[in-house]
Design a protein around this ligand. Structure first.
Ligand code: GLA
Length: 372
């Protein structure tokens, strides 16, 4: 069921009345630029039509009463002085978001909330950031207020991950979810938080496929990769890897994992810039090559891939041919695959996924067509 309907149903079931409204925040797919955000680099994500919906109604007291439709209508009651639970899944995210928004004086008052999502679980399409931004939108909508700074709300959602979920994430997911535009890619400079919306050619398609390898218990590996990048910065004497030019002599002074991680990040930042140019020039062949290089770099240098996903991506790239490409998208260790092809090739590729990709390579369902 679509998230909006599921949230509304959940509200009526639990509170016996209709909500005042239903807020929504999308999930995201990243076309290219992974593990660059917390290194102040570029990313090129897109919001999806799937995401998280939060039905809301104001209530007289200061209490927040939230129900999670995807978890058997489990309840979370938040009183003003309650402590945010640590690393407790959706509860940490919802409570953390309400807590920090209140602390900043952005929202006040009590609410009844019903939450439901339609992103597949463990698919690496940012269901956490989607939940956090949906909660913020519901709280603002309930108060009849506009979100004046989507950037500020994105930063608060990132803080929730850091402080309460134990994930030292970057800002890509929260920014594209809070400030992205449906159907457009966002070239975001994570150093300055400036962005440019990019239209994709109408005769291209962007597909999101499930690898079937779910991302579970990968937060520790993610945090470890970030720590490797920070160690490389200390060795190089730079504040961030954004400050390191591709091919700079400093890179060759690094050793071991520091060298591998830094090479990925520096190369990926450059690939992301080039990908934005390739889209502007409508050069799908060049974009496809960049996607392939990005996948190889995640596999060999960042060591954040998975053998089953590597085999799927190799096979998809063969099927696509020179006009486009595929790669694992997001934090890694499984999750989803993003695929760019000519719109005229889409049906052929989708049929091959059904006939060969699923039975022989364990590919999961097509999650969504993000474009074309
Ligand atoms: C996760 C994080 C993001 C980003 C990606 C990798 O999605 O939440 O901040 O680092 O991984 O690009």
């Amino acid at each position: 069921m679509p998230a909006l309907d599921a949230a509304r149903d959940c509200f009526e079931r639990n509170f016996g009345t209709s909500p005042d409204g239903v807020a929504f925040a999308p999930g995201r797919v990243n076309i290219i630029g992974d593990h660059t955000d917390y290194n102040d680099g570029f990313v090129l994500p897109m919001p999806l039509a799937l995401g998280t919906a939060v039905a809301f109604k104001r209530r007289g007291s200061d209490l927040i009463d939230a129900r999670a439709g995807d978890y058997g209508d489990a309840a979370l009651l938040i009183r003003p002085d309650d402590k945010v639970p640590l690393q407790d899944g959706w509860r940490s995210l919802v409570h953390g978001m309400i807590h920090l928004l209140r602390e900043e004086g952005l929202v006040a008052g009590g609410l009844d909330l019903a939450i439901a999502g339609d992103l597949p679980r463990g698919s690496g399409l940012s269901s956490s950031a989607s939940l956090c931004i949906a909660i913020a939108r519901a709280a603002f909508d309930a108060a009849g207020q506009m979100i004046e700074s989507p950037t500020r709300v994105a930063q608060i959602a990132q803080q929730v991950e850091h402080r309460y979920a134990g994930v030292a994430c970057g800002i890509m997911d929260q920014m594209v979810i809070a400030a992205g535009e449906a159907g457009r890619a966002m070239l975001l400079d994570c150093g300055t938080l400036e962005w440019r919306q990019i239209d994709l050619p109408t005769d291209w398609s962007v597909l999101v496929l499930q690898s079937g390898v779910t991302r579970e218990l990968v937060d520790g590996a993610y945090n470890a990769r970030r720590a490797d990048c920070e160690a490389a910065c200390r060795t190089l004497g730079v504040a961030t890897l954004r400050d390191v030019a591709p091919g700079s002599s400093g890179l060759s002074t690094l050793a071991g994992t520091e060298a591998l991680r830094a090479q990925h990040v520096v190369g990926e930042i450059e690939r992301t810039r080039q990908a934005a140019d390739a889209i502007a020039e409508r050069d799908i062949g060049r974009l496809g090559l960049l996607l392939r290089e990005a996948h190889a770099s995640m596999r060999d240098l960042f060591e954040a891939s998975h053998p089953q996903v590597d085999a799927q991506v190799d096979w998809l790239n063969e099927i696509i041919g020179p006009a486009g490409g595929a790669r694992m998208t997001g934090g890694g260790f499984g999750g989803s695959i993003v695929l760019v092809c000519e719109a005229s090739a889409r049906e052929r590729i989708e049929a091959a996924v059904e006939q060969v990709g699923k039975p022989q390579y364990g590919l999961g369902d097509l999650v969504i067509r993000a474009h074309g």
